[in-house]
Design a protein around this ligand. Structure first.
Ligand SMILES: Cc1ncc(COP(=O)(O)O)c(C=O)c1O
Length: 420
């Protein structure tokens, strides 16, 4: 759904975007024209990156890259490095757009930052909750576990390894890709047997392979029923910029009190440069990872990243303000239209596949007649190492009806060969 009113997210003309970014860069420190000698940062190397090229005059993103602001720290929390205050303000605006206008948070109720990607944002969330349970509830490390579905992203296992937490995977139904209450209850029983007392739940807003979406309510009900304290994070790395627009009843935003944090990735569907994962959390949570040792950083540091490029936040802000919320909805509708069209054709052909109705991922059951098309069309398998059971098509901006039609034509030919 697209709403009638958006608080922070406005469509801007390219002239307005340029003005805003250049003004923000002006408010940052200019390494060339002032006498500062203590800042351990600088613009990009001018021998290589030509910082006086006339092209830069009309190119706000490239100018941001060349000026190289360091957005170290989290800028929704209070004090931040004064040297980059102009562009930090753009990042704050971006966080508000995502938390309030996309995910239904109350204004000023969330913190957040632009992380290196979905992996970092997921680990940041789990790190926060691990420390929350230890500090607030006296939990021992071995009493805390990550609970997530067997379709969740492998970053769960990175988090598990780094943070020394066990992962309990809830088995999904092979056909519906959904977790049932019984499966969650079984996992809770497994946790209890292993001596776990505190649970970090990670629910999916579109899984990597299937685009399937978890129901947070059944996790909450099951855990409440079993008397387990829990914190819930939504992994919207893939679906966060699509699903809330397409699903009228999105349960994975901040209007659901059980959701405490969300990952979004702008370097996937939003087509932003890599390094634009977005971590969002309700206020009051970042303190659990605030690093008091980061004394040389004004405002300290509560992020996993440390130094990070301010140009990345600017890139995402520029994309979202170029479209505006309604333009973004229309863009998503186009992806949905193409995906619906593809599915109609597959239905006519009697193909077996999985698709969540609010997603642009179509995952085909692996069949011998599909194999000749895998390499040619870059279909991605669920496993490169073992026998693939599924291959996915992801209907991105460049995946046009023409390309889908070509794929279907060749698929039909393969089916004819198989049946003769
Ligand atoms: C659902 C989900 N979560 C997390 C990630 C990790 O994102 P990144 O590769 O940006 O670290 C991905 C990547 O595909 C994903 O699909």
């Amino acid at each position: 759904m697209t709403k009638a009113i958006y608080k922070y997210w406005k469509k801007l003309k390219s002239k307005q975007i340029r003005k805003r970014v250049f003004e923000a860069l002006e408010q940052n420190v200019d390494f060339q024209d002032n006498d500062l000698i203590g800042v351990p940062a600088s613009h990009l190397d001018p021998k290589v990156f030509y910082n006086d090229s006339p092209i830069l005059k009309d190119a706000p993103f490239l100018s941001s890259l060349v000026k190289n602001p360091n957005h170290i720290g989290c800028h929704t929390l209070g004090n931040s490095e004064p040297f980059f205050q102009g562009t930090q303000e753009i990042e704050r605006e971006l966080i508000n757009i995502c938390a309030v206008d996309i995910l239904g948070a109350e204004p000023e109720s969330c913190d957040g930052y632009v992380a290196s990607g979905g992996t970092e944002a997921n680990i940041q969330a789990i790190w926060i909750y691990r420390n929350f349970f230890r500090r607030e509830m006296g939990a021992k490390l071995e009493e805390i576990a990550i609970l997530t579905s067997s379709d969740a992203h492998y970053s769960m296992f990175k988090a598990s390894d780094i943070l020394h937490l066990d992962v309990e995977q809830v088995m999904i139904d092979e056909e519906t890709r959904a977790v049932s209450r019984e499966a969650i209850d079984q996992s809770i029983e497994n946790l209890r047997k292993k001596g776990k007392k505190y649970v970090i739940v990670v629910v999916n807003m579109m899984t990597t392979m299937f685009g399937s979406v978890d129901d947070p309510d059944i996790y909450a009900e099951a855990l409440n029923n079993a008397g387990f304290p829990f914190k819930m994070h939504a992994d919207g790395a893939y679906g966060g910029f699509l699903h809330p627009f397409m699903c009228e009843n999105n349960k994975l935003g901040f209007d659901n009190p059980d959701i405490s944090s969300v990952t979004l990735d702008a370097h996937k569907l939003v087509q932003a440069p890599y390094g634009t994962g977005i971590f969002l959390a309700r206020k009051g949570l970042m303190k659990y990872v605030l690093n008091e040792q980061a004394q040389y950083v004004k405002g300290l540091d509560a992020t996993l990243s440390g130094s990070r490029s301010g140009a990345n936040a600017i890139a995402v802000w520029m994309i979202l303000t170029t479209y505006g919320p309604h333009g973004w909805y229309e863009k998503n509708q186009m992806l949905m239209m193409r995906t619906n069209w593809l599915c109609d054709q597959l239905d006519e052909m009697g193909m077996e596949y999985y698709r969540n109705p609010h997603s642009n991922i179509v995952t085909l059951k692996a069949k011998d007649y599909l194999y000749p098309l895998v390499g040619r069309f870059g279909l991605v398998p669920d496993s490169h190492g073992n026998t693939a059971n599924w291959y996915k098509i992801v209907v991105m901006e460049h995946v046009t009806l023409d390309k889908l039609a070509l794929f279907l034509e060749e698929l039909r030919e393969e089916l004819v060969v198989k049946n003769t």
